[in-house]
Design a protein around this ligand. Structure first.
Ligand code: NAP
Ligand code: GLV
Length: 309
């Protein structure tokens, strides 16, 4: 039986080599060379071209090679009766922890201001506050948010998480559901967005919600560009409601050259690489999921299509 790799952005040969080790015995095919469609049991996908996932009569599951499944669920031709999994893996977690902790420390220790001061050859010591006085809020408190929170808590930051369901997580104040969003934002000096992009979260970083943050808060968007209303971020930066933003994800990627974010003095842009899938460890996790599905077990990261994550 065959695995079909569908991605216009990932290098299939790297993955072929990893799967030869992780799942020897399964044929590895690369879209659009699909061969006999009846042989294909599993699709390994990352940003699959629209329509590429349909027409496989013996499909057992679709395995997304990243955490966010918005690209997959957005395809009207997605076979909805087949299980879909998202990537839950150590490589992504470790990458995201580094990114979030770095971004929080960057703003907390005013490194963005020292950079500007250096350009002006200005030797000015900015007063420091301790982490205990800088409240971090993680909007989307799942696998990645919790991993980042663990390190931020250890560093002494007061951390809160906002999720759909209430969490018990050591050292973290849990806020749940739309009714607790305003309270969560009001206690958040650095907002880290790590929610999946769904109908419910689309545009959640908007003028009304940014206005709930304390004045001169910071934003770190590591989730998806669609979580934010980009004009509202710019407006909040202009009024000083936001003192700075680190944006890793955007509504249009690659970020077009005319975007004002590129040159904004209080914005840091990174090219959607807060956490990247590492083929080595991820192929092992994906192979485990394939074995689990073949054995009739529930795979890791099974997506609830109604919830959209
Ligand atoms: P996850 O484990 O599914 O966590 C998602 C969190 O968001 C959960 O806490 C969930 O609440 C919460 N959530 C979802 N919808 C909500 C709603 N309507 N209201 C309140 N909370 C809601 O996902 P993850 O693995 O941490 O990944 C999070 C996202 O990060 C991905 O979807 C992807 O978009 C993004 N990402 C970005 C990069 C990058 O390089 N920039 C890399 C990897 C991932 P419950 O816990 O109550 O369900
Ligand atoms: C990356 O953006 C992912 O969703 O894994």
């Amino acid at each position: 039986m065959a695995l079909l790799f569908i991605s216009a952005v990932e290098d299939p040969e790297v993955w072929r080599a990893e799967f030869a080790r992780a799942l020897p015995g399964d044929e590895f095919r690369v879209w659009p060379e699909v061969g006999n469609r009846s042989d294909v049991e599993f699709l390994l996908v990352w940003r699959p071209p629209p329509g590429s996932m349909k027409g496989f009569p013996n499909l057992k599951a679709i395995l997304n090679m990243g955490a966010g499944v918005d690209y997959v669920l957005g395809d009207p031709d997605l076979p909805r009766d087949v299980p879909l999994t998202r990537l839950v893996d150590r490589g992504l977690r470790e990458g995201m922890v580094e990114f979030v902790v770095h971004a929080v420390l960057h703003f907390h220790r005013n490194f963005h201001r020292y950079r500007a001061q250096q350009a002006a050859k200005a030797w000015i010591d900015i007063p420091q506050i301790l982490p205990g006085a800088r409240r971090v809020g993680i909007l989307g408190f799942g696998q990645l948010g919790q991993a980042a929170a663990q390190v931020l808590v250890a560093l002494g930051f007061p951390v809160a998480g906002w999720s759909r369901t209430r969490k018990q997580f050591p050292g973290v104040e849990s806020f749940a559901g739309p009714g607790e969003l305003a309270k969560f934002l009001a206690r958040t000096d650095i907002l880290v967005t790590l929610a999946p992009l769904t109908r419910e979260t689309e545009g959640i970083v908007n003028a009304a919600n940014l206005a709930q943050l304390p004045r001169r808060a910071y934003l770190v968007n590591a989730g998806r560009g669609g979580l934010a209303v980009e004009e509202d971020i710019l407006a909040a930066l202009a009024t000083g409601q936001l003192a700075g933003a680190w944006l890793d994800v955007f509504r249009r990627e690659p970020l077009p050259p005319e975007s004002p974010f590129w040159t904004h003095p209080n914005v840091i842009v990174t090219p959607h690489n807060a956490a990247v899938t590492q083929p080595g460890p991820s192929a092992l996790d994906l192979a485990d999921n394939i074995r689990a599905i073949r054995a009739g077990l529930v795979p890791n990261g099974l997506v609830d299509k109604a919830r959209e994550y």
